[in-house]
Design a protein around this ligand. Structure first.
Ligand code: ATP
Ligand code: MG
Length: 587
């Protein structure tokens, strides 16, 4: 059994919570019985009163990895179950055998758990309901409410009508119950080729809602299913499967995105009819729609994400530039940051575009609190302290976290030769430059005050070393330190003992806020600088970083030891986010 979702502080209210509060106030679910497993009315009739006050579900189709949009839905559904003492069902909506794979099932479960949610023993698959779904379809036929249609997809499209014109009936609409039962049985038995027939509900071809114009509920697909193998060659369609799965599982609040608003009448029609047949127990579940997450500088369509991976525009589903949860994890995001983001953006019925900067800020807020500090020189140049004896090495100390003295101190060597950032020295400084420049004094963070003397250059004029003198009585933490008032404060790593490591500087995957909007090709808008791999000089203590350890590299941002490529002794770091929002600002 999977662990249940742990408790959390009270979240902000939203319109769905208001619905649930009202439902609970009038005890809307008091009469439900639950046998402990999904099933039709006959199964639930044998059960006791449902111990869960409300039941929600998270129903991904296992045809891709989960992304940050799914995280919004996960936080909502599992969060409601947690806060109301209910249950959230993890359900795989696996009715399309040609696009679904076990790899996706596994990655989806891993991502939900990583986000901090659990389903206890409520793990379900729509494919487990194939037999029930088939029996219910037979019941619709027997009640004269479904028929086998044998026209081509083109004919069906032509007869469907438009938003302004009603549809027209198929010539097969009035087949007899006996003929429909026979054809449907033979569809299941594999007598027909893909596309030869479909099963349709018989609702209303003139309905103003196109979803109600005799929707197709079964099609023939001679395809291997990742769970049911070759047992089936007819597969139920999403709209039919989804509402019935909800009812079989005793779901109370079935929450989906706004595109499904027009499908709600069909959802209710199917369940009302089946309850009328005596096949489903009341009260029936209800569908509620909320606005899907749209996020700037990325794409959240599974089709596009699959294309980015398949065509190798990125290095795989967990590429740190992708908005997949696996990608965010590898990028260095924490589950706490993503849950904070979901809480901050809230749940509403208005579609909107959320700034990536909001998500990045949630990560900064979380990691500022938690990440240990460390020093990294990303673009190193040598600094030589001319008046420091060649063989003298001292120890400098710095807090692990500036606001958490309880975490103690870290120490590292300081000697005659150090690595500093190339950009911290300017031979002819621009106005307002307070770092190293000939004659200027700066503090080596956690070390001494130095005065810059000048630099060495190679034949091409490139600076090869910067020279300085140390003020011996200025060491940080000693009484003499206060005698020096300097404006600049630069970070450094002692050349002796510095850790030489690969660092990957990730940035946003797209260089425009809404890739693919209008007529543009989103692939042409991939940010050419979305990753830069460098070799950096790091504080020696980082040698022991374990995969997924996160740090603030002072003045640079938050970094994580890569979950795959990093090994203790030979770490590889990914930049999760810069310290401030610098995207597109030359930072
Ligand atoms: P598909 O086009 O393959 O159906 P999908 O994005 O709807 O893609 P599902 O696997 O069906 O993917 O989604 C599972 C759940 O996640 C659904 O309940 C859906 O409403 C929700 N979801 C998907 N994308 C978003 C999004 N961008 N914001 C909020 N919820 C989302
Ligand atoms: Mg979907």
């Amino acid at each position: 059994m999977n662990k249940p979702t742990p408790a959390a502080p009270a979240p902000a209210s939203n319109f769905i919570r208001n619905v649930i509060d009202a439902d609970l106030a009038r005890d809307a679910y008091a009469t439900r019985t639950w046998s402990g497993k999904p099933g039709p009315a006959a199964v639930q009739a044998g059960g006791a009163k449902d111990p869960a006050r409300i039941r929600t579900r998270f129903p991904p189709e296992p045809n891709g990895y989960l992304h940050i949009g799914h995280a919004k839905s996960i936080c909502l559904n599992f969060g409601l179950a947690r806060d109301y003492g209910g249950a959230c069902h993890m359900r795989f909506d696996d009715t399309n055998p040609t696009k679904e794979e076990q790899e996706y099932v596994d990655s989806i479960m891993a991502s939900v758990q990583w986000l901090g949610f659990g389903w206890g023993d409520h793990l379900f698959y729509a494919s487990d309901y194939f037999e029930t779904l088939y029996a219910f379809a037979v019941a619709f036929i027997e009640h004269g409410l479904a028929y086998v249609d044998s026209i081509t997809p083109e004919e069906m499209r032509a007869l469907r009508g438009t938003l302004t014109e009603p549809g027209k009936p198929s010539p097969y609409r009035d087949r007899s119950v006996a003929e429909n039962l026979d054809l449907f049985r033979r569809m299941r038995a594999g007598e027909f080729a893909d596309g030869a027939h479909v099963l349709r509900l018989k609702i209303d071809m003139a309905s103003p809602n196109i979803n109600m114009r005799d929707p197709v509920i079964y099609r023939i697909r001679h395809a291997h299913h990742h769970r049911t193998g070759d047992a089936w060659c007819v597969y139920p369609m999403y709209d039919y499967t989804h509402c019935i799965s909800d009812a079989l599982e005793n779901i109370t609040h079935s929450i989906c995105t706004l595109e499904f608003e027009d499908h709600r009448p069909l959802y209710d029609w199917v369940l009302e009819k089946l309850a009328g047949f005596g096949l489903l127990a009341r009260p029936l579940p209800h569908q509620y729609e909320f606005a899907r997450l749209n996020l700037t500088y990325t794409v959240l369509s599974k089709r596009k994400l699959i294309q980015l991976v398949d065509e190798k525009h990125v290095a795989g589903w967990d590429d740190p530039r992708l908005p997949t949860l696996a990608g965010f994890r590898r990028r260095g995001y924490t589950p706490e940051a993503i849950r904070l983001f979901a809480e901050r953006i809230g749940v509403s019925k208005e579609n909107s575009l959320i700034e990536m900067a909001i998500l990045e800020d949630c990560l900064r807020k979380d990691l500022d609190e938690r990440a240990a500090r460390a020093i990294a020189v990303l673009d190193p140049v040598k600094l030589v302290i001319d008046n420091w004896p060649a063989d003298r090495v001292e120890t400098a100390e710095a807090p692990v976290h500036p606001h958490k003295p309880e975490l103690g101190k870290r120490s590292f060597p300081i000697g005659r030769e150090l690595w500093i950032e190339r950009e911290d020295f300017e031979e002819t400084p621009p106005k307002g430059f307070f770092r190293l420049t000939p004659g200027a004094m700066v503090r080596l963070r956690y070390g001494y005050v130095i005065q810059c003397l000048g630099c060495d250059k190679d034949a091409d004029g490139r600076i090869t070393a910067v020279h300085c003198e140390v003020m011996p009585d200025s060491k940080s933490g000693t009484p003499g330190a206060d005698n020096y008032k300097v404006k600049g404060n630069i970070h450094w790593v002692c050349a002796n003992g510095a850790l030489d490591a690969e660092v990957r500087l990730y940035d946003r995957l797209f260089s425009v806020a809404t890739p693919g909007s209008g007529d543009t090709d989103y692939l042409a808008q991939i940010n050419p600088d979305s990753v830069r791999t460098i070799r950096a000089k790091l504080e020696p203590g980082l040698r022991d970083a374990k995969p997924e350890d996160r740090f603030q590299f002072e003045r640079h941002g938050y970094f994580v030891a890569d979950v795959h490529d990093s090994k203790p002794g030979a770490p590889v770091f990914n930049r999760a986010v810069t310290l401030r929002d610098t995207f597109g600002k030359g930072g």
